[in-house]
Design a protein around this ligand. Structure first.
Ligand code: B12
Ligand code: SF4
Ligand code: SF4
Length: 317
């Protein structure tokens, strides 16, 4: 068996759902990223413009880096939608994926019988992960900007192990399978898409409820609806998810007790009632820690306000 095939078999054995190989080098879509930053679409996410040189040429990640083993890990798109986006209901995917990519790295060194320089990335550096994943053949850039795989849809995380070892690359995913569909663009409650494949993050509910530190602007509060953390709307409507989204198989991503089966109003009240200690214990190793207790309380208040206004409007009619 060729080393490339053994690497893939090992990665599937570690539980990843998609695996592809890409050769590192100049990044075609780096200019798209630069223009996006210049247009102000990144809002307060100041960490994004850092490391521009590495983003333009992925070989600069570390001396000798030549190949990326790119993986996808499904997080259960068949789970019902709810006030917390599916990706954030269980344990933090950064930790889970990094641990498995490090396992893959250790295995690779044993297999080739020498030290292999390697670095795992899961949202952890100036790597354009969707670009790398498309190059490794994992899917195409959907009009909602997510990477969509023709047999899995888009409810999967992307991670990569960069190594100083040459492996034969897979073919990039060249086709655009969106065709004339515009469901995601039409469904976005905040009209966050400036055009297909260009998202103004400052209008996106995911940004407003996770990344933004200030108040949610009045203009967007109603559109936030019952989303307390993140948003899955533009993925829920995608025909590839409707057809191919999978049952949740990874126990670590199952909703934790603080969230499970709670409707938006109950969860919002619970979050507003939590003190610091309760918050820490409920969201230990959860991606939801990112918004901090203050951010979650802010979101919860908006969701409760929306629920009250919906109730009084429906009573009034
Ligand atoms: C910043 C960020 C966000 C921001 C901005 C999102 C965005 N669309 O840019 C916010 C906070 C809004 C966000 C939200 C979400 N995110 Co996010 N996010 C990131 C992060 C850290 C960087 C993305 C980035 O560089 N954006 C800037 C734009 C310009 O880049 P891009 O969207 O990736 O687009 C690239 C290509 O599409 C291409 N491109 C874009 N337009 C065009 C046009 C043409 C013509 C061409 C040829 C190419 C092209 O070039 C771009 C640069 O390579 C990545 C991790 C990483 N390091 O890459 C995760 C990541 C993209 N996020 C992820 C997830 C899961 C989400 C959410 C689903 C979470 C949620 N449920 O709330 C939402 C989805 C919202 C959405 N519709 O995108 C996953 C996506 C997995 C996938 N299958 O695609 C990633 C990869 C994290 C991971 N490791 O799994 N996110
Ligand atoms: S995640 Fe929600 S708010 Fe953001 S672009 Fe998609 S539908 Fe719009
Ligand atoms: S909803 Fe339609 S346009 Fe949007 S990503 Fe899916 S297939 Fe593409």
């Amino acid at each position: 068996m060729a080393l490339k095939d053994m690497v893939k078999a090992q990665a599937y054995g570690l539980g990843f759902d998609l695996v592809g190989i890409a050769t590192l080098g100049p990044v075609e879509s780096a200019g798209t990223f630069d223009a996006w930053i210049e247009n102000g679409y990144a809002g307060e996410m100041d960490y994004l413009p850092r490391g521009a040189a590495k983003r333009h040429d992925s070989r600069l990640a570390f001396a000798g880096a030549s190949t990326a083993i790119v993986v996808g890990l499904d997080y259960g798109g068949r789970e019902p939608s709810g006030p917390v986006a599916r990706y954030a209901r269980g344990d933090d995917y950064h930790d889970i994926m990094a641990e498995r990519l490090n396992d893959l790295h250790r295995w690779l060194q044993l297999e080739v019988g020498r030290a292999v320089a390697g670095k795992a990335y899961v949202d952890t550096g100036p790597i354009l992960e969707r670009d790398l994943a498309r190059r490794a053949g994992l899917g195409w850039f959907g009009k909602n900007t997510n990477l969509v795989n023709p047999r899995l849809g888009s409810f999967f995380f992307i991670g990569s192990l960069l190594v100083d070892l040459d492996l034969a690359p897979d073919s990039p995913f060249e086709a655009d399978r969106c065709g004339s569909c515009t469901r995601c663009l039409d469904a976005c409650p905040t009209n966050a898409f400036v055009e297909p494949r260009v998202l103004d993050a400052t209008r996106c509910i995911s940004y407003l409820t996770i990344e933004s530190k200030g108040e949610i602007p009045d203009a967007f509060q109603e559109a936030v609806g019952s989303n307390i953390y993140g948003c899955d709307i533009c993925q829920d409507v995608c025909p590839y998810n409707v057809k191919f989204a999978r049952e949740l198989r990874e126990p670590a991503f199952a909703a934790r007790d603080a969230i499970r089966d709670k409707n938006p109003e109950t969860l919002a009240r619970d979050l507003l009632a939590m003190d610091d200690d309760e918050f820490r214990s409920a969201f230990k190793q959860s991606p939801m820690k990112r918004a901090k207790r203050r951010g979650l309380a802010r979101n919860a208040a908006v969701v409760l306000k929306n629920s009250v206004s919906r109730e009084c409007c429906s009573r009034g009619s």
